[in-house]
Write a protein that binds this ligand. Structure first.
Ligand code: SF4
Ligand code: SF4
Length: 370
């Protein structure tokens, strides 16, 4: 399997990383088989978190593959924001994982600037990491967060984090374009490794897995981490990684145009519907809709399972309240629309822009649609 440099750490990670969250859903025997098969197949990146099942995922990894510890990079995430809590949790993780050190430890799910301030401030978790590094318990430090990348961007500006873990897939690229447009270039400039999570958009892209993995592997990231809990899934994911061929720019454009999950509802942020005679900034409003619920609900029920999946995923990233605040601060909103129809004629993706605007307004401002 291909490897890539893991930022400037001197480590090299394989293209496909094994995410440990879904080990919670399977027994130890199956976990042991999957983890060992992954290593046997050339994979070298194992990731988990202290709070996955209150240490259950870590314990399974420890029991399954700690005897092969020198064959893989081991990464875990810790959610404590203070020095002492971080050190206590790290010791428990090392015990669970049956090892004496982590290659990388990530500050888990850093959602707000207040959390970042606490981590970096006096008595914060970074002090815990520095103490742990001194003691040989953790070599490198990074942080993780899904959805809006604002805090990750701020973090990379403030501290020399060595790795950043973020959501990247061909669906959410249109909900959170700042991840690829701002966070990734900043990470490259700082020599910070990028760990890609959610290549299937939390399962939304399950019917398009080959395309989704090819897209994920084509990003400027060190490793693509995916949860694995069946033999078939592991086999498929290994095949995607081993057979990876970079897509052409034309193939990517085609994907953005034709992907069924994007369909004729998700705004591709091309801006071609502008200018609106009423100065309504349509792509910006649809970006806010992306932050609000990932543009998952379009008012059409195709089938019960699709509806249920989207309903479960739409607020997963918790950016909805901020999106409503951002919309409230806009001077020109959807109610200025005169239904002139120009935007509908211009959208190259066949989106019924006027209808979508009403739905976005309904979501963001709580107005009625009809
Ligand atoms: S239909 Fe409404 S949003 Fe579209 S261009 Fe006309 S005024 Fe602007
Ligand atoms: S033309 Fe369509 S895809 Fe492009 S910004 Fe406007 S609504 Fe979005």
């Amino acid at each position: 399997m291909l490897t890539r440099p893991f930022g400037q750490t001197g480590l090299a990670s394989t293209l496909l990383g094994f995410g440990g969250f879904h080990l919670l859903e399977i027994d130890l025997e199956t976990s042991t088989r999957l983890l060992n098969t992954y290593l046997d197949s050339g994979g070298n990146y194992i990731e988990t978190a202290a709070n996955y099942g209150n240490g259950e995922s870590e314990r399974k990894i420890g029991q399954a593959i700690s005897h092969r510890r020198q064959e893989y990079m081991l990464v875990s995430k810790i959610a404590d924001r203070d020095r002492d809590g971080f050190l206590r949790t790290l010791d428990r993780s090392l015990e669970n994982l049956q090892t004496d050190h982590l290659d990388v430890v990530l500050m888990h799910g850093v959602a707000t600037r207040a959390e970042l301030d606490q981590i970096l401030g006096p008595g914060g978790a970074i002090e815990g990491f520095l103490t742990a590094r001194e003691a040989g318990k953790a070599d490198h430090v990074g942080l993780s967060m899904h959805g809006r990348p604002d805090v990750l961007i701020e973090a990379l500006k403030q501290y020399p984090f060595e790795a950043v873990m973020t959501t990247i897939n061909y669906y959410d690229r249109f909900n959170f374009p700042a991840i690829e447009d701002e966070l990734l270039p900043l990470a490259a400039e700082k020599g910070c490794a990028v760990i890609l999570m959610k290549p299937l958009a939390d399962g939304l892209l399950w019917q398009s897995a080959p395309e989704a993995f090819q897209y994920a592997f084509s990003r400027p990231v060190s490793v693509v981490v995916t949860g694995i809990n069946t033999d078939a899934m592991l086999r498929d994911d290994l095949t995607f990684a081993n057979d990876y061929v970079p897509p052409t720019d034309e193939a990517l454009e085609q994907l953005y145009h034709d992907a069924p999950e994007l369909g004729n509802y998700v705004c591709r942020q091309c801006g071609l519907c502008l200018p609106c005679p009423e100065q309504i900034n349509l792509p910006l409003i649809f970006l806010m809709e992306g932050h609000y619920d990932r543009q998952m609900r379009d008012g059409i029920i195709r089938n019960a399972s699709d509806f249920a999946l989207r309903d479960r995923l739409r607020f997963w990233f918790g950016n909805d309240r901020q999106a409503r605040e951002d919309y409230a601060a806009l001077t020109v909103k959807a109610d200025r629309c005169t239904d002139c129809g120009l935007c509908n004629e211009r959208c190259p993706y066949g989106i019924d822009v006027m209808r979508k605007l009403k739905i976005a307004d309904y979501k963001l401002a709580g107005r009625s649609i009809y």
